[in-house]
Design a binder for this molecule. Sequence first.
Ligand SMILES: Nc1ncnc2c1ncn2[C@@H]1O[C@H](COP(=O)(O)OP(=O)(O)O)[C@@H](O)[C@H]1O
Ligand SMILES: O=P(O)(O)OC[C@H]1O[C@](O)(COP(=O)(O)O)[C@@H](O)[C@@H]1O
Length: 301
Amino acid sequence: MIYTLTLNPSVDYIIELDVVQLGELNRIGNPSKFAGGKGINVSRVLNRMGVSSKALGFIGGFTGDYIVDQLQKENIATNFVEVEEDTRINVKVKADTETELNANGPAISEEKFAELKQKISELTSEDLLVLAGSIPSTLPKTTYEELVGICHKNNVSFVVDAEGELLNKVLPYNPFLIKPNHHELGELFDTTITSVEEVIPYAKKLLERGAQNVIVSLAGDGAVLVNEHETIISTVPKGELKSSVGAGDSMVAGFLAKYQEMQDIREAFRYSVASGSATAFSIGLCTKEKVESLLPQVVIQ
Ligand SMILES: Nc1ncnc2c1ncn2[C@@H]1O[C@H](COP(=O)(O)OP(=O)(O)O)[C@@H](O)[C@H]1O
Ligand SMILES: O=P(O)(O)OC[C@H]1O[C@](O)(COP(=O)(O)O)[C@@H](O)[C@@H]1O
């Protein structure tokens, strides 16, 4: 069974307008809202691909109720730890450029964190855990390390989609997959990366640090997968960028769905890229039909 972990879920509130007039009253058309947060997005995309998963994490208040309700409507199983404060609302403004306003999220007590660790310790070697997104500010930077330590002890494979030290600290535990974008990869090495060619040596350093598969996305400029056997470069489909919110999460879900079906890294990577772009070309997350219509445009070498 695939489990996703979202320590800091969000209601994503997406506003579209031509131009933002700073300091003025801006009237907006129909905003969209979605149950979000990286792990939750992975569960939602997996579900659209016919793969079931269970969503874990912390949830609270009226925003938390909204998320649980949406997931129930989509028939996605959940096993959240309930907290008192409201789950955050992240505002995404799509005007001539995309601007994201991501909140901190609720405080998590030691007791609630212990409750979550108990749930993680019940996973077995038959399971895979996707740990994705930021962590609530009251939890230490070692949080993911502690959780993957539990997975490692119980032979649970895991995937991490996180930034900076959160990501760096899990590498020695051999994640099955990590998926930084090129900015996040650059930040890890205190450098700026702008092309697929520049990605490759740094992605290989993450293999040396312990990752089994590394996918690095460069938005509309391609994607790279490296593992100990091969280095694969992919084109990305062309289309109208509607909102890239959830595009990275869709890549993770697309990869896992296809890998579960075929155990073929190359096909899983192609499906992953098509899934990212299908979401980037949508308001909200991709559908399986849209992913499959873009697949012929994903060429790997
Ligand atoms: N402008 C775009 N055109 C086509 N595909 C895109 C575009 N932006 C994002 N994508 C797709 O979404 C994936 C993830 O995008 P990226 O912005 O790199 O990741 P993240 O959402 O994690 O920051 C890309 O690999 C690509 O498949
Ligand atoms: O946990 P973080 O890093 O604040 O990110 C949360 C945000 O990321 C998202 O999961 C989207 O992530 P991606 O665009 O990287 O796929 C949103 O749903 C959510 O608002």
